[in-house]
Structure formats: structure tokens, C-alpha cells
Write a protein that binds this ligand. Sequence first.
Ligand SMILES: Nc1ncnc2c1ncn2[C@@H]1O[C@H](COP(=O)(O)OP(=O)(O)OP(=O)(O)O)[C@@H](O)[C@H]1O
Ligand SMILES: [Mg+2]
Length: 247
Amino acid sequence: MIELSGITKTYARSAVKAVDGLSVTVRNGEIFGFLGPNGAGKTTTIKVITGVLRADEGQVRVDGVDMSADPLKAKRRIGYVTDNPELFARLKAAEYLNFVADVYGVDTATRQERVSRYSGLFNIKDVLNASIGSFSHGMKQKLLVTASLVHDPDNWVLDEPMVGLDPKAAFALKEIMRERVAAGKTVFFSTHVMEVAERLCDRLAIINKGKIVFTGTFAELKVLQGADGSLESLFLELVADGEEGKE
Ligand SMILES: Nc1ncnc2c1ncn2[C@@H]1O[C@H](COP(=O)(O)OP(=O)(O)OP(=O)(O)O)[C@@H](O)[C@H]1O
Ligand SMILES: [Mg+2]
């Protein structure tokens, strides 16, 4: 479970709040989608959840563990896939996976089993002895996804995970998401793509200019905005409201 309450974050070089008083709860056993236009604050929120950035105000709790009070314990409970798969280019993929497994204290047999399974699903098993620098963007992304699962985290947090994946990999990713929530774990991911979210998510939040403009199920979203019109247009309506007054 991931609980955010009153999260606010302003970057040092910026006057505007990237995230502004954001509260959201991701329950166990649900895939939670985080939608919003470019610059809405999705990545910033995800970095706060994963402890990469510290919020100016508010609290992050991961399975009840306060991120600022006990960051290591909170972070152990999270698997994080960034939107930027730039990794250590000189390392071999297998070395990177071993490094991650060491950090999380995963024993040899368990890490081998998990790496074998996920690298197999993502078709990178045969290239694990190549250097990461020789990987394509999508291959790096698949490696990052594999690495994020090495410690079998209860909370899986992914920033735009479908971007750059081929259809087979995207399918595998969705299957893994479903499998994890079926086991009572949590999946939280950001996306721009409404159709992906609609097919996959149990609940979603829509963020615009750092503020949540909707939280609920797709059924609730449709009721809120009227039954007519596509979800794409509902989304545009919701994020258009915050645009008023902008020069
Ligand atoms: N390192 C940074 N320094 C200063 N401002 C930043 C930084 N990163 C993000 N911002 C600002 O914070 C706001 C939110 O950005 P963020 O990256 O969280 O948005 P996003 O929803 O992930 O967008 P996208 O869909 O493009 O990935 C934007 O106004 C952006 O300009
Ligand atoms: Mg982003």
C-alpha cells in the first residue's frame, strides 16, 4: 500500500509547485494508473514516492512505513522503473542485476530464478553477458524492469513503462502487473495513454498542474463527465479546466 498525504514539491530553480498538496492511496491488490499531461507532476510524484526526491510538505507511507522517518525500510518495499533507462553503460547486464540483487540482499538461487524468469519474458536472457552500453533503448528498459523485480517488491512503481516497448514486451509487462496484484501486491504506473489505463487499471488518478483533478474508477470517471464522448475527451476536459487564465 502506498499512501501520499498533502505532498508538495517545488524545484529549487522554479517558482511553481510541481506537486501541490497531493493526496492519494494505492491499495493492496490494485493496479493504479496515474494520468496527466506533460509537466503535470507525474514524474515528480513518483520520485517522491520512491524516495529519490524529498517532498517539501506532506507524508509518504509505504506499507505503513514513513519514507522520511525510515527511508531504507520504505525503499526496500518498492520496485522502481524510471522513465529514463540510462544505466551504467560499462557494466554487463548480468553484473548490473547482481549489483541490484546484492543491494537488496537477495540470495543467489532466488536471484537466478527471478532474473531467468523476467529476462526470459522480455527476451533479453541471451544478451545478459553483453555490456549495457550495447543495448537499444527498449532493451535497457526491459533490463530496468527485470532489475526492479529482483527483490520481489510489494509495491511496483513505474514511470511511463509502456513507452518504447515492443508489443510483446508491453504484453508481458501487463501480464506481470496483473499477476502481482492478483497476489495482493500494488502496482502504480504513470501513462499518457487513456486506453492502456482503461484496460489495465482498477483505479486511476488524473493530475494537472500538480493537483489531482480526479481519483476513482473508470466507471466513476464516466459518470462524472456524462456518458457521451470518449474517455480521451473526458480526459482533455478535466485537464483543460486548469488551463484557464494561462496566457
Ligand atoms: N529538475 C527539475 N528542475 C526544475 N523543474 C522541474 C524539474 N523536473 C521537473 N520540473 C518541473 O516540474 C513540473 C512537473 O514535471 P514532471 O516531470 O513531474 O511532469 P510529468 O507529469 O512527469 O510530465 P511528462 O508527462 O512530460 O513526463 C514541470 O513544470 C517541470 O517543468
Ligand atoms: Mg514524466
